[in-house]
Design a binder for this molecule. Sequence first.
Ligand code: DHK
Length: 155
Amino acid sequence: MTRPRAPWRLLVVNGPNLNLLGVRETGVYGAVTLAEIEARCRDLAETLGAELAFVQSNHEGSLVDLIQDARGRQDLIIINPAAYTHTSVAIRDALLAVALPVIEIHLSNIHRREPFRHRSFVADIALGQIAGFGPDVYTMAVTAAVRHLQAASGP
Ligand code: DHK
């Protein structure tokens, strides 16, 4: 496999209901909108020399399509699968199929919440999981992604 080279191409995938960030359950997910999170990620990506694609869908099949489209076009996927984290074999299989490194993120600390949120179909195929720091998990993941790709690109 060819090693990735800068500029790193990052895809950020957002699952269901994240389009309502800033409005939905603000005590859990905070008051920052997805558009603001995208803007923060874009600023950081530019600073770090990365290209950023940022997508959201409420539909499992559309998320599978978006992940499949990343094959050969992106170097790494950052994903907040939202509720599909806990249910979707299809999203897991799509991530395995494209064989790109994955970073899993959640605004809330899913391990402190209801037991059904403790299970993730993505965690064991991800480089790592970042959860519980609100919108900052997105920029943390962009930083981690670039560091990972830099290390993987070799000297
Ligand atoms: C977002 C959701 O919509 C939930 O279904 C997940 C995740 C947690 C988050 O914290 O970002 O359980």
